[in-house]
Design a protein around this ligand. Structure first.
Ligand code: HPA
Length: 273
């Protein structure tokens, strides 16, 4: 891995507010939970709940996203969990979309675990599958570092840290859980993709599409964090077009989310954090 200089673009007011709310707890992992993945937060011991609005961040507006942080211990590991996230399609500036991950880095957290709901785009994926994100294509047309000067030319060649992927996949295998791997392509949404866009994604080497994650991961790498990402495949786009709706995404997330939650919960204590 090439070393790129990390930099701190966190809003100091958000970092200070979070630090105060944490009351001495120093989280080691920042986890963003996507649609339907709330189960993990239920397993946090001695939870501290911090609404986004309490630390100066905008609330979320999407069904299935509750707009709060929860901190505490997950299977003994001190974590800060983001329940729900801000999406570009909510009309917030990109600095707001990545404000939470930057604040996490500002708190001294070095590991970002990002999860999302995503649509599979080839026959090897089925609803309910877990897909470890190997890499991404940022098709949002945005970039969180634009305007932060001087420019830093961040290395993205190992954005989804390979060593973490290998360890997670080995762990999943050891506990008898099958996980897929693939490339996530990030769109802004909020419309689902046209058949032509899905075909483009297939030809580009993508495996899943979604409306989040890519800018958060860029901001995390820019801030010097290691990243582990996993998509929950909630629906699959077949050739020629497949109707997709938010309700099925939420329902598939609710069914498969607890499997990902259990894997993360049993895996994180194995890392040297
Ligand atoms: N497209 C974009 N975002 C999504 C999808 C999809 O098919 N499924 C869940 N989130």
């Amino acid at each position: 891995m090439t070393d790129t200089p990390a930099r701190n673009l966190a809003d100091p007011a958000v970092v200070d507010a979070l630090r105060t709310a944490l009351g001495g707890l120093q989280p080691k992992v920042f986890i963003t939970l996507g649609s339907g993945l709330g189960a993990l937060a239920e397993h946090i011991n001695d939870p501290i709940d911090i609404p986004f609005t309490a630390v100066g961040l905008p609330d979320t507006t999407v069904e299935g996203h509750s707009g709060a942080f929860r901190a505490g211990h997950l299977n003994g590991v001190p974590v800060l969990v983001q329940r729900g996230r801000i999406h570009l399609y909510e009309g917030q500036p990109i600095d707001r979309v990545v404000a939470a991950v930057r604040a996490a880095a500002g708190l001294g957290i070095n590991l970002f675990v990002v999860t999302n709901a995503a649509g599979g785009i080839n026959d090897t994926l089925a609803p309910g599958d877990l897909m470890v994100i190997n890499d991404h294509i940022n098709f949002t047309g945005m970039h969180p570092s634009i305007g932060h000067l001087p420019p830093v030319f961040v290395d993205m060649s190992d954005a989804y840290t390979m060593a973490l992927r290998e360890r997670f996949i080995a762990h999943a295998k050891a506990v008898g859980e099958h996980v897929q791997q693939g490339v996530y392509i990030g769109f802004t949404g909020p419309s689902y993709e046209t058949p032509a866009e899905i075909e483009m994604c297939r030809r580009w080497g993508g495996h899943a599409v979604g409306m989040s994650t890519v800018n958060e991961v860029i901001a995390a790498v820019d801030a010097g964090m290691q990243v582990f990402g996993c998509s929950l495949i909630t629906n699959v786009h077949k050739v020629g077009g497949t109707p997709t709706n938010h309700q099925e995404v939420i329902e598939a997330g609710d069914i498969a989310g607890p499997r990902l939650a259990a894997l993360l919960e049993s895996w994180l204590p194995q890392l040297d954090l």
